[in-house]
Ligand binder design. Structure first.
Ligand code: URA
Length: 274
């Protein structure tokens, strides 16, 4: 075990080849392994157990977000029928609804299992995603993969990952309201099609969009919200964690809240199918 505030030693936690997952680890060991899995070799004091405010589910906020059966006419998808994910991906690939399409290399639709129980929502593609067409593959994406696989004990391919925006905003700036308005219905339709048990918003942009609020991620995290009848938990965006390593302990607490909300043990079994 580590003393708080000193670098992690070779013998202190599991090595990188065997990230933190599986039963039998105590909470402290899992936190240490989690911090290591996130790429840090330093334990941040103090190490008291995080106190989470777990609120009862709130009623779904009234929202004018488009639904899968309320697609804008421009998509050509009949209003009475929920589009398939393949249809949606094809519409996204040809979408010219906002100026972002002029600067994209390609659209970035989603990654993962279309029948996933867990749906991660990001903000919008960065340079690596614009180049590859896959969400969360850059440095922040690699951190997200370590969070999913190392801390939750789930293979990344077994969750679903999509962004609010499907095209890269220039210079990775925040999406503007027009872009969110013209692109958000695709995310909504993806959520309805995948029909996950839980939504995890990575950062404020995704959370504000789905919860229709101006509150920041710091105010929204640590609680179970609701979006259209399903639980939604907000955590820090992995890019924020890369810049603010001290927030990694809070993201660990958020992941544990996800596991509790799903009714899973906080020490999930190795690679539980989800
Ligand atoms: N950040 C996001 O929000 N989404 C990505 O796909 C990559 C980085």
């Amino acid at each position: 075990m580590l003393a708080a505030g000193r670098p992690l030693g070779q013998d202190d936690v599991m090595n990188d080849a065997e990230p933190a997952r599986g039963p039998g680890l105590d909470d402290r060991s899992r936190l240490e392994a989690w911090i290591r899995a996130l790429g840090s070799d330093f334990m941040i004091p103090p190490l008291e157990r995080p106190q989470l405010e777990v609120t009862p589910l709130e009623p779904a906020a009234a929202t004018d977000l488009p639904t899968a059966t309320n697609m804008p006419a421009a998509t050509g998808i009949p209003a009475a029928r929920a589009p398939s994910l393949e249809e949606l991906a094809s519409h996204v690939a040809h979408c010219e609804a906002c100026p972002l399409h002029t600067q994209r290399t390609q659209t970035v639709f989603a990654d993962g299992d279309p029948a996933a129980r867990i749906f991660f929502v990001g903000e919008g593609p960065g340079a690596d995603e614009d180049r590859t067409g896959v969400p969360f593959v850059g440095k922040a994406g690699q951190l997200l993969s370590r969070m999913i696989e190392g801390a939750m004990g789930i293979a990344r391919k077994d969750v679903y990952i999509a962004n609010v925006l499907k095209c890269r905003p220039p210079g990775n700036r925040n999406p503007n309201p027009e872009e969110l308005a013209s692109c958000g219905h695709f995310l909504q339709a993806q959520i309805e099609r995948v029909d996950p048990e839980i939504l995890i918003c990575l950062g404020a942009v995704a959370a504000q969009h789905l919860l229709q609020t101006d509150l920041g991620a710091g105010k929204l995290r640590g609680k179970v919200h609701q979006h259209a009848g399903r639980p939604l938990i907000v955590t820090w965006h992995p890019a924020y964690l890369l810049r603010n390593p001290n927030a990694k302990r809070e993201s660990w607490a958020d992941i544990k809240l996800v596991l509790r909300t799903l009714g899973w043990n906080e020490d999930p079994p190795p690679y539980q199918q989800c």
